[in-house]
Write a protein that binds this ligand. Sequence first.
Ligand code: T46
Length: 137
Amino acid sequence: MLHSKNKPCIIDFSKIGSPQLGYISVAEVQKNIPFEIQRVYWAYYTPDSVMRGFHAHHQLEQILIAVSGSITLECEMLNGEKYIFELTHPNEGVYMPAYCWHTMKYSHNSVQLCIANMTYDEADYIRDYSAFISFRE
Ligand code: T46
């Protein structure tokens, strides 16, 4: 599994099938998911005028996939590095480590699937940007 836990990166999921038959993609612990899965959630029908996110997490690691439509994901790490991902294919996702400030913008038909290493815990969220950058060393 080629990825660093210190920065967000694209994960290419396997694409099984053909244009004639359609495709299946697989997310599998130990193979292309770098953590034990504790939660899966999805977001949909988000108007294209809305941006979501505006937070980071203390411990949450997750993989975000646009299983339908497209999603623009912007990430900022504590060291100031910024990343922009245009998710337009259902066979790719973005791994986001902890302490990754992120925002998402959606096409109207998009469905965002998230695979996470923790159950929901509001105490894990950093929803204030100045609190986020206060964790810089
Ligand atoms: C993230 C991005 C990518 C729950 O009760 N349980 C859950 O598992 C989740 C994910 C959310 N909620 C509640 C908490 C809020 O009352 O759903 C409401 C909306 O959550 P939030 O404003 O955090 O939604 P997003 O889309 O900004 O963020 C979500 C995830 O919460 C977050 O962890 O990284 O998607």
